[in-house]
Structures are given as C-alpha cells and as structure tokens.
Design a protein around this ligand. Structure first.
Ligand code: CAA
Length: 258
C-alpha cells in the first residue's frame, strides 16, 4: 500500500498522506514517496493541489519519533534536510497548494501545512510544535514559516511552550483561513480549488510567485517580480479572454493557460 496517494479530478490534484495507523507520522520512506509524488504533479494540467491526511483523526502527527530517537547528529541533519527539501519543493510549486487539515497537525505536520499556500481545517484539528518538549527544535521549517504566518511573538510562544492549540484558536491567530465540520472539509477545499482552477493560470501563478518573492526576499524584490509577472500576462490568450469577456458583458470564459 502506498504511503502517499495521488489523484487528479477536473484539474485539481489531491495528495493524501496515507499512514493512518501511525497518525500519518512522517518517516523516511514516506518522505521519499511524497517527494516523488510532488515531482510527478503535472503543473501544466493541474491547476490547484490539495494536501490532506488519511483517516478521521490526523493530518500528520509529526516526524516519526521512533525513527528519530536513536539518530546521531549527522543522521538527524540529513533527515531534517530531507523534510526541508521536500517542503521547499511544495512551497515552490508554481500552482497553489491548499492544506486540508483533518485532525492533528503537530511538529512536521504543522510544518507541512505551513509549506502550503494556506490552510483550511476541520473542527477537530489540533496544531502545535511540540518539539521543545521532545528535546529538539522544529526541523522541517517550523522556525522559519510559522512566524511568517502568525507573527514572530506568537510563533515563539507556540514553539517555546510546545503547547497545542485547537481549531478555533488556530483561526483566531490566522494560522487557518476557515474551520469546517469534518464532513464539510474536503468538499469545501475542493470547491475553493475548483474556483481557483477556473481563473487564468498565468495570473494565479504570477500572483503566487510575486507574493512568495516578497515573503522570502522583501518587498523591494517582490515588487520587481510583480511588475515582471503583470507585464508577462499581457498579449496572452487568457488576458485577452478575461478582459474581452468583461467588455463584451460575457459571463463564460475559457482560460487555456496560454
Ligand atoms: N511518530 C511516530 N509515531 C507516532 C507519532 C509520531 N510523531 N504520532 C503518533 N504516532 C503513533 C503512536 O506511536 C501510536 O502507535 P502505536 O499504536 O503503534 O502505539 C499511533 O500513532 C497512535 O497514536 P496514539 O496512541 O498516541 O494516539 P492518541 O490519540 O492517544 O494521541 C497524539 C494522539 C496526541 C497525536 C499523540 O500520538 C502524539 O502526541 N504524537 C506525537 C506528536 C508529536 O510530538 N509530533 C512532533 C514530532 S517531532 C517533529 O515533527 C520534528 C520535526 O519538526 C521534523
């Protein structure tokens, strides 16, 4: 049985972390499969990606503690780099990625959700960075991405205290954009993804590129990227189609990613 499942429907890809017996904890074979699946996403035909966890209880309950327990320093650095490289790949995908958080998102699970563009969760979700209670720092990007989403004060509080927070608190601090019932989670996220998939891919991707550029390298650089992306939308089929439809008062639009 695959540790990571992948399916595509109507231009929306769904990646499911599939190790429910261990609450989808990330071990090396799972991280290797996830990396391969991300490489296989055809970003020409897939317009939005969803990442979720198998089962009713957990998105991802963190990196595998059993595997990490007896690692030496060098092995742990390699393990951290493996997770970081794959999560970086997710963040750098040209298409939007939504985390559908269906339960525990702890440690590496919270970090996986942070590598996505935004997070929607079910009302049983629990977020946290429990690492300091295990004697380690967050290792898959938690010290870098959490503060960009919730601010450095809140990120430091969560990491230093290792305290888990429930869905309503995650919503209050801006870690998730929306909280749904468990039954509504995937339909809600799929509806959002379909809405994104209907817009001009060149414009959605350019927006992601410019926002991420500013996030990583600052507003001055981000503005340069925005100007380049804005300019490169013009003279495309999709720009002519989008603006043409508005001027012709036409509701139906066909964006071809060209
Ligand atoms: N690693 C390995 N196995 C895990 C795991 C993890 N992170 N989380 C859960 N599991 C396993 C449990 O060992 C258990 O396996 P067995 O049935 O074989 O004993 C199974 O999943 C079910 O878990 P529980 O019986 O513990 O379920 P619960 O409902 O009582 O508790 C929980 C759920 C609160 C999430 C609890 O499992 C828990 O605290 N898990 C660890 C969470 C954690 O600390 N994550 C951070 C890991 S460190 C990290 O991620 C570092 C990094 O940044 C890269």
């Amino acid at each position: 049985m695959s540790l990571v499942l992948y399916e595509v429907q109507d231009g929306v890809g769904v990646v499911t972390i599939n190790r429910p017996e261990a609450l989808n904890a990330l071990n090396t074979p799972l991280l290797e499969e996830l990396d391969k699946v991300i490489d296989e996403v055809d970003t020409d035909s897939v317009r939005c990606l969803i990442i979720t966890g198998a089962g009713q209880k957990s998105f991802v309950a963190g990196a595998d503690i059993g595997e990490m327990k007896d690692m030496n320093s060098r092995e742990a650095m390699i393990f951290g780099a493996r997770g970081n490289d794959t999560f970086e790949k997710i963040e750098r995908l040209p298409i939007p990625v939504i985390a559908a958080v269906n339960g525990y998102a702890l440690g590496g699970g919270c970090e996986l959700s942070l590598a996505c563009d935004f997070r929607i969760c079910s009302d049983n979700a629990v977020f946290g960075q429990p690492e300091t209670g295990l004697g380690i720092t967050p290792g898959f990007g938690g010290t870098q991405r959490l503060m960009r989403v919730v601010g450095s004060g809140m990120a430091k509080q969560m990491i230093y205290t290792a305290r888990n927070i429930k869905a309503d608190e995650a919503y209050r601090i801006g870690l998730v954009n929306q909280v749904c019932t468990q039954e509504e989670l995937l339909p809600t996220v799929k509806k959002l993804a379909t809405q994104i998939a209907k817009n001009a891919p060149i414009a959605v991707r350019g927006s992601k590129q410019a926002i991420n550029a500013a996030d990583r390298l600052g507003v001055e650089y981000g503005k340069v990227v925005e100007e380049k992306c804005f300019g490169s939308c013009f003279e495309t089929h999709d720009q002519q189609e989008g603006m043409g439809a508005f001027l012709e008062k036409r509701k139906e639009k066909t964006f071809t990613n060209s």
